[in-house]
Design a protein around this ligand. Sequence first.
Ligand SMILES: O=C(O)CCC(=O)C(=O)O
Length: 197
Amino acid sequence: MEEISPNIYAKEYFLSVDECQILINSVSERLEPSTVSTMDGKKILHRERTSYGAYFEEKEFPKLAEKIRSFISSFTKLPFENQEKLTVLRYEKDQQFTTHHDCFSTECKYIKYGGQRVVSVIIYLNQEFEGGETRFPMFNFNVVPKTGMIVIWNNMINGRVNSLMKHAGKPVKNGIKWIITTWVRENKFEKENDRSV
Ligand SMILES: O=C(O)CCC(=O)C(=O)O
């Protein structure tokens, strides 16, 4: 992994074009509008996050799931069981995820199911679109999506939320952007079916 900006690590060609296509195809018939989590644990539609998404059905492609999960685990040195579900997201023209932090506020219900989201992971599944960069405004830094590239960053520093890790999925200007994403908790992720797609 290469540190491409402070605290942000990337590896190009982590997945092959074929593996990316498997991930895209596996969800394309069952996408739903993405939601955001409220403090009391509800999932709501929000204009800040306008993508569509679906969980990756890992049982259908166990080797591919294992490849992704074991890489995340070995890089972060956090166990598999701390990882949330793998979620594939599709952004069409003008869709985006405005600037946010992946950590929960301490009052948020979701923190109970394994603690804070200490690490965030994105794998870009295609690059044939305009816009859609992942922007870290505090570093004035954009990750330009490349097919198969994995990006991992730590949301915490010295056990506290690192506010510098705010980020956005910039609006897609043309074409369709696909990613797969997940988060790694401090402890075992317990509430398997209870988080935002
Ligand atoms: O789509 C992106 O580039 C960013 C996605 C993101 O910020 C998230 O899922 O938390």
